[in-house]
Design a protein around this ligand. Structure first.
Ligand SMILES: *[C@@H]1O[C@H](CO)[C@@H](O)[C@H](O)[C@H]1NC(C)=O
Ligand SMILES: *[C@@H]1O[C@H](CO)[C@@H](O)[C@H](O)[C@H]1NC(C)=O
Ligand SMILES: *[C@@H]1O[C@H](CO)[C@@H](O)[C@H](O)[C@H]1NC(C)=O
Ligand SMILES: *[C@@H]1O[C@H](CO)[C@@H](O)[C@H](O)[C@H]1NC(C)=O
Ligand SMILES: *[C@@H]1O[C@H](CO)[C@@H](O)[C@H](O)[C@H]1NC(C)=O
Ligand SMILES: *[C@@H]1O[C@H](CO)[C@@H](O)[C@H](O)[C@H]1NC(C)=O
Ligand SMILES: *[C@@H]1O[C@H](CO)[C@@H](O)[C@H](O)[C@H]1NC(C)=O
Ligand SMILES: *[C@@H]1O[C@H](CO)[C@@H](O)[C@H](O)[C@H]1NC(C)=O
Ligand SMILES: *[C@@H]1O[C@H](CO)[C@@H](O)[C@H](O)[C@H]1NC(C)=O
Ligand SMILES: *[C@@H]1O[C@H](CO)[C@@H](O)[C@H](O)[C@H]1NC(C)=O
Ligand SMILES: *[C@@H]1O[C@H](CO)[C@@H](O)[C@H](O)[C@H]1NC(C)=O
Ligand SMILES: *[C@@H]1O[C@H](CO)[C@@H](O)[C@H](O)[C@H]1NC(C)=O
Length: 680
């Protein structure tokens, strides 16, 4: 949750630039009076900072012109920017910082003040117009003294970690005398405040406010009509507050509204259509409000909207043609919005679009032509009911495309070879469709960036051309569950230095060349997942013993004979092992304990004889059925069953009686499948 808040805030707040009206001229000694330079040096000496990360403080005093971060006017320091200076610890009460009385702008953002309190000495800097302490890692109550900085136009106390509180003083007493404030950022400051309270505090105190950013402040609803007295409000960001309220139509009355962001606010009821029609509105985030009902209006032709995210809300009615009126749209995210029907062909008019996500809806049309939207970087239409071919989409023009996700639709026909020539494409997921024909990959691409290619669950045919091995950047390749034919030599994988996940299960391909060759095991990729079920393997891939990063290995439904080697139980990251439906006869002895990560062990339908594997407490799935194990069932077996979701030893030749521990365990465990026992 926390990670997502941070990345969200980075996204949402990134548009804002403050400190624009303090001249960026770096100070030099000529400009600074002697008393000011000695105050600065005193300040530097009192601060703890990392000299190898600092770019400003570390230079101070080295030469006459080396006062970076300092702005001066008439011999006086008027601006100080010590952001990202790796300052740690606190600021001393009597720090000379508070003697720089003419400061109009102070920036201490992105440092590590170790959750010390915001220094109340700041009250002495009575000329301050801009104060930025964002992500300074301050903690505790925001001091009441700040409320006396009555000239402030910008106040930024936001952070990406909740450590500041605004209780005593309250929001009202903090900003009560800040009538000049234009921009207020308090993201992640805990103010546990009710709608009437925070809205009234704002409307009665800061009439000139233009930017209001109070995400994740533990605010509750409703959004009070009193806010309307802030006539110039143009950015409203209240994400991650549990407002549990409807969205009032008065939001459409802000005549200068440019950005409205109410992500994950527990919004309910109908979203007022009028808000979409505010001509100045550029960005609208209403995502992750699953109870919010949205009906798309007739968008005006001159709408300014460039970002529209209704992700995880409920859009009623069909997807309107007038979306094509949003000519300035850069980002459209309608993931999981209960949309049905056709994708309007008017979407071809969205020439500026860079990001399109219509995934997890019930859209039924064929793909529109996106060729004209040359700026598209990312297209996600996965999990819909799209039909038809994708060959006429105009892929060759989408030279900026980095990600394409069309998985889980009903698309058919050939996979256009042009896709594989797009220079920036990193991810292609076309899995679970009905694509057929031969896979043709143009080998003449040198600048190839493709990292993920998933064509699993289709009807692709023919053999795999050697050209696929030109895709050297691949990390993740799946061709599983297709109708390919012919064979592939495992040694061809040696060139894929970045490959970590390979799934060829049920692809129709047979894998050859499993015996050791002159190549060394180290020239193979470092796999995390290797799934080669039903690939007509006759032996274990010889390079596996060195694959210590492997977490999931599926070699089921092959023709592998002989011993299951001991080293398999020592692959130290292995979580899933499926060797079922082979012809293994023995476990190499002496038996070893399973590696402590192994959770799923499936060895059913082999010809294993002799003793059973020792059980381990981390195992949650254990299938040893349909083998020829003759040993006595271990007495302590019941001890391991409580954490299992599946356990079967059926169809073996166990001797002796069912241990008592099982009967005891059976009372207390819920097991998805009842035990079955065959013993002679
Ligand atoms: C300063 O930063 C460098 C680079 O990140 C780091 O290696 C070093 O340990 C830091 N020094 C201190 C005292 O934190
Ligand atoms: C941070 O604060 C803690 C507790 O207040 C203290 O133990 C620690 O020494 C401080 N660290 C620094 C770098 O000042
Ligand atoms: C603050 O600085 C003064 C003078 O530099 C020093 O005497 C005092 O001990 C410091 N106080 C703290 C709490 O570090
Ligand atoms: C703040 O100003 C007051 C009055 O001018 C002065 O007495 C005090 O020492 C100043 N505080 C600091 C930390 O400089
Ligand atoms: C926010 O403040 C309220 C009231 O003081 C408190 O109950 C709550 O635990 C605080 N939440 C966090 C995350 O600090
Ligand atoms: C709103 O902005 C306009 C134009 O910048 C300005 O003239 C007006 O005074 C502002 N209104 C308030 C209440 O600050
Ligand atoms: C909002 O604007 C509408 C007209 O667009 C007006 O009828 C209504 O009174 C306004 N609401 C408020 C609270 O000012
Ligand atoms: C948008 O178009 C409407 C009429 O369609 C017009 O009244 C309005 O002034 C236009 N607004 C802008 C910003 O161009
Ligand atoms: C998708 O639409 C089809 C046809 O309109 C309908 O039968 C089906 O139930 C819908 N599926 C979902 C998940 O809404
Ligand atoms: C493999 O990954 C590394 C690190 O991400 C990257 O620099 C390198 O170019 C990749 N190799 C190929 C062949 O793409
Ligand atoms: C195997 O596991 C058992 C039970 O957890 C433990 O007593 C034994 O020492 C382990 N043996 C080895 C070789 O790790
Ligand atoms: C099971 O093992 C016994 C002897 O250990 C052997 O006679 C029998 O044929 C085996 N059954 C199967 C199905 O392998």
């Amino acid at each position: 949750m926390k990670g997502s808040i941070i990345s969200w805030l980075l996204l949402a707040v990134s548009t804002i630039s403050i400190f624009s009206d303090v001249a960026a001229t770096s100070a030099s000694a000529e400009c600074l009076g002697a008393d000011q330079t000695s105050l600065l040096l005193e300040l530097r000496d009192s601060l703890v900072f990392n000299t190898s990360l600092s770019t400003k403080l570390v230079r101070w005093g080295r030469s006459a012109s080396s006062w970076s971060g300092v702005t001066c006017e008439d011999g006086l320091v008027v601006g100080l920017d010590l952001s990202e200076e790796s300052i740690s610890g606190g600021i001393n009460r009597s720090s000379s910082l508070f003697k720089l009385k003419f400061l109009r702008s102070l920036n201490l953002a992105v440092n590590d003040f170790n959750y010390s309190a915001i220094p109340s000495g700041l009250v002495n800097l009575s000329h301050l117009v801009h104060l930025d302490l964002s992500d300074g890692q301050f903690g505790g109550q925001i001091p009441a003294e700040l409320s006396r900085l009555t000239k402030l136009r910008t106040l930024d106390l936001s952070s990406s970690y909740s450590s500041l509180k605004l209780e005593k003083p309250s929001l009202r007493s903090l900003i009560g005398d800040m009538g000049e404030l234009r921009e207020l950022y308090l993201d992640l400051v805990n103010m546990s405040s009710e709608g009437s309270e925070w809205c009234n505090a704002l409307s009665s105190s800061v009439p000139k406010l233009e930017v209001l950013s109070m995400s994740a402040c533990f605010l509750s609803g409703p959004i009070d009509a009193s806010l309307l007295s802030l006539a110039n409000l143009s950015i409203i960001q209240l994400d991650f507050n549990d407002l549990s309220t409807t969205v009032p139509s008065i939001l459409a009355n802000f005549s200068n509204l440019k950005g409205l962001s109410l992500h994950d606010c527990g919004l309910q009821g109908e979203f007022p259509q009028k808000v979409f029609q505010v001509e100045t509105l550029q960005t609208l985030y209403l995502s992750d409000n699953p109870l919010l009902q949205v009906s798309l209006p007739d968008f005006p032709k001159n709408s300014s909207l460039d970002t529209l995210s209704l992700r995880n809300t409920n859009i009623s009615g069909s997807f309107l043609d007038s979306i094509g009126n949003l000519r300035k749209l850069l980002e459209l995210d309608l993931h999981n919005c209960s949309l049905s029907g056709l994708i309007p062909s008017s979407m071809e008019n969205l020439l500026e679009l860079t990001f399109l996500d219509l995934s997890s809806n019930n859209l039924t049309s064929s793909l529109p032509s996106y060729g004209a939207s040359r700026n598209l970087v990312y297209i996600d239409l996965s999990n819909n009911a799209l039909t038809g071919q994708i060959t006429s989409v105009g892929w060759e023009d989408l030279l900026n495309l980095e990600g394409l996700d069309l998985r889980s639709n009903s698309l058919e026909g050939d996979i256009p070879p042009t896709l594989f020539t797009l220079p920036l494409l990193e991810v292609i997921n076309l899995s679970n469709n009905r694509f057929s024909g031969q896979l043709i990959i143009n080998p003449n691409v040198s600048s190839f960036r493709l990292q993920m290619l998933d064509l699993g669950g289709n009807l692709l045919q023919g053999s795999i051309l050697a050209s696929i091995f030109e895709l050297r950047g691949l990390r993740d390749l799946s061709l599983s569950s297709n109708n390919f034919s012919g064979s592939m030599n495992i040694n061809a994988l040696q060139g894929f230095i970045n490959l970590t996940s390979l799934d060829l299960s049920y692809s129709g391909l047979s894998i050859k060349g499993m015996a050791s060759t002159s190549a060394t095991a180290f020239s193979f990729p470092t796999f995390e997942q290797l799934h080669l079920a039903s690939c007509q393997l006759q032996t274990l891939p010889w390079f596996l013993a060195n694959q210590s990063f492997l977490t999931s290995l599926d070699l089921s439904h092959n023709y592998i004979r002989g011993e299951i080697p001991r080293w398999i139980w020592t692959l130290r990251n292995l979580q899933l092992l499926n060797l079922s439906s082979n012809f293994f006869e023995d476990l190499e002895t002496p038996l070893r304990n399973l590696t402590s990560t192994l959770q799923v062990v499936d060895l059913h339908s082999n010809m294993l004889r002799g003793n059973m594997l020792p059980l381990q407490s981390q195992t949650i799935y254990f299938d040893f059925s349909s083998n020829n194990i003759t040993s006595v069932i271990p007495d302590n077996i019941g001890d391991y069953l409580s954490s299992m979701v599946f356990f079967s030893l059926s169809k073996n030749n166990f001797h002796g009686s069912i241990p008592k521990s099982i009967c005891k365990a059976a009372y207390s465990i819920l097991i998805t499948k009842p035990f079955e026992w065959d013993y002679s």
